[in-house]
Design a protein around this ligand. Sequence first.
Ligand SMILES: [Cu+2]
Length: 300
Amino acid sequence: MSFHMKNAFARRAMQAASATLFAFMASVSHANWGGLNMPEGVSILSKKIYGLHMLILWVCVVLAVVVFGVMIYSLFKFRRSKGAEPDKTMVHSTKVEIVWTVIPILILVGMAVPIAKTLIEIEDMGEVGLNIKVTGYQWKWEYEYLNEDVSFFSTLDRQSNAARQLNSGIDPKSVEHYLLNVDNPLVIPAGVKIRFLLTAQDVIHAWWVPDFGMKKDAIPGYVNEIWVQVDADKVGTYRGQCAELCGQDHGFMPIVVEVKSPADFDAWLRAKQAEQKVAGSSPTAPATIASAAPATTVAQ
Ligand SMILES: [Cu+2]
């Protein structure tokens, strides 16, 4: 390649790169920056996980700035065209090798401490106020409030189900919370530690509500645990989905959780108990799980 061709190629490459950069900048200036980061969530654990994520992100940013800063500075400052000569004495410097091995070890150990603390907390199922057994089915969820005689199924709402059919003639955009709404939402109290016992009846599903910061597989024959404590002031509706490819209608088994104040939750639970007693349709929880669950006391 001649010098001129090389030059023309470099110029065209620069033009293409700057055009791409410009297009990228133009698109991100209209982007929803709030959706770029992971959500902070509304539970004790989701906030801890978010805090960890931000801590590690900033550690990575500092490391990247230092490492790339030194690298780019060295590339320009000591380039061959300026007559730089490689320093042969540094090729096997034991001192330097020890330094750049020990520093990353210290950084990794420093990061492992808060991570281990949070992982231990995630697994701590002590002092729960309410136990809910969640069973995944193709394609719905069943919720059983253990020792409370309340259980029900939660399936995709009728509107979404009608709109999703081929040639339904219904514009999905006209359906509120399309594919993210259910007939019977799960109801839980805010400010109470709740243990979820996850299992499945047919294939592997996964119960996932992003705002709770928790996602875990629901596996037939196994009982997995997670706990969630929503902040007392975060009463509201939170949505999630099955997060494990579980068959043709995997995309149609959403999760809706209504978080109520403890008083409102108690009223709801009592009404539900009365309703299920009348209907005579309250299946009792399997003895193994019910007996493994500690006494249920919902904080007022
Ligand atoms: Cu599923």
